[in-house]
Design a protein around this ligand. Structure first.
Ligand SMILES: [Zn+2]
Length: 148
């Protein structure tokens, strides 16, 4: 089990540069997905946009994305209220925190999609979904994450 002890580290500034790069990659990936899901009729220059976005995304990331898309799935899932919106499984708090800090790209451990944390979480937009209860007892996620 990965150690989550470092999430309290205040060194956010330290990660800023890397974070913004990772953030840009995942944002491009989401844009790519949105564009690819459009029809050419709706977006006449779709192919050009797709080609441009693909040029900005690192190869291994594109490869994984394409594998997911080849299975007729989305490659990127939005993360809302700590839940992957594609498979509706709760995402470990360590993953959420990494995304919040923009430190790294994270995959949903259940469906394997790239997770994208939307910047503006509008609190009143929708009620938090009730995730299926995992086996272990609910732990207080707002406090220090307890690693069993
Ligand atoms: Zn998922």
């Amino acid at each position: 089990m990965p150690n989550q002890a470092c999430f309290r580290s205040p060194g956010v500034a330290h990660h800023l540069h890397l974070g913004s790069v990772m953030q840009a990659v995942i944002e491009n990936l989401l844009k790519l997905q949105d564009t690819e899901l459009q029809t050419r009729r709706k977006v006449p220059d779709r192919d050009a946009i797709v080609a441009e976005l693909r040029g900005k995304i690192p190869e291994p990331i594109l490869a994984h994305y394409d594998r997911l898309r080849a299975r007729d799935k989305k490659g990127v899932a939005l993360l809302r209220h700590n839940v992957c919106t594609e498979c509706h499984m709760q995402v470990p708090i360590g993953v959420v925190l990494t995304l919040m800090q923009g430190k790294d790209i994270q995959l949903c451990s259940n469906c394997g999609r790239y997770l994208y944390l939307p910047k503006e979480e509008s609190p009143s937009a929708e009620p938090p979904p009730v995730p299926p209860k995992p086996k272990r007892k609910k732990r207080n996620l707002t406090e220090t994450a307890d690693v069993q």
